[in-house]
Write a protein that binds this ligand. Structure first.
Ligand code: HEC
Length: 179
């Protein structure tokens, strides 16, 4: 298994990233949260997508491994490739030219910050089972999500959460919980 994204960064890379984020944050306070499958797919389809990808997305119902194989060599890093493969396994087939279904990041932003700040979620490093446990706990069971949404969000968080507190914008650090 590859390590969670943020454990793989060296201190220098984190410092560089933090500097880049400081600029990006002026536009979007949530830009530190990695792209989900929807945005990654749109980027690929706008650029150098592997041959036949759009058609496959529109027609194929395949598992994560099959999508990983189909994605092959792209400009995406291993975490992004995995994030996209999980998204396609959960959501395809769908029309990639239309409004694409929500990805894990979309779900987190839409559903995981009404009772506490998003930081509570994106700083945790957990397994899929642990995330599903959190989502099935009494505090969370009422949140309107399908089983497929829960799994997709859990998978997205395994790959993309565990974000070090240093990379979280100051406004989104301690003190934001309202429960
Ligand atoms: C309806 C209100 C509500 C929403 C919406 C909500 N939470 Fe929570 N969350 C809570 C409460 C209350 C606690 C503290 C009590 C507890 O730990 O269950 C909490 C605590 C947590 C914790 C820390 C404690 C733990 O269980 O590990 C995590 C992680 C978490 N939430 C994740 C999420 C995620 C992921 C979502 C979006 C799917 C979400 N929350 C949306 C109410 C909410």
């Amino acid at each position: 298994m590859r390590p969670p994204r943020y454990l793989a960064f060296s201190a220098t890379a984190v410092a560089g990233l933090a500097a880049g984020l400081a600029l990006a944050q002026e536009d979007d306070i949530f830009s530190f949260i990695p792209d989900g499958g929807r945005t990654l797919l749109a980027g690929l389809l706008d650029g150098n997508a592997p041959e036949g990808l759009a058609r496959a997305v529109a027609t194929e119902d395949a598992d994560e491994d099959a999508w990983m194989a189909r994605l092959g060599d792209t400009d995406l890093d291993q975490w992004q490739t995995e994030t996209l493969a999980q998204y396609l396994a959960a959501r395809a087939p769908f029309d990639p030219g239309g409004e694409m279904p929500r990805d894990g990041r979309d779900l987190a932003l839409a559903l995981c910050q009404s009772c506490h700040i998003i930081t509570v979620t994106v700083t945790q490093d957990r397994t899929v089972e642990a995330w599903l446990g959190t989502m099935n706990s009494p505090s969370h069971i009422e949140i309107e999500m399908t089983e497929a949404d829960r799994r997709l969000l859990a998978e997205y968080l395994v790959v993309n959460a565990g974000i070090p507190i240093d990379l979280i914008p100051r406004e989104l650090r301690a003190g934001g919980a309202s429960y």
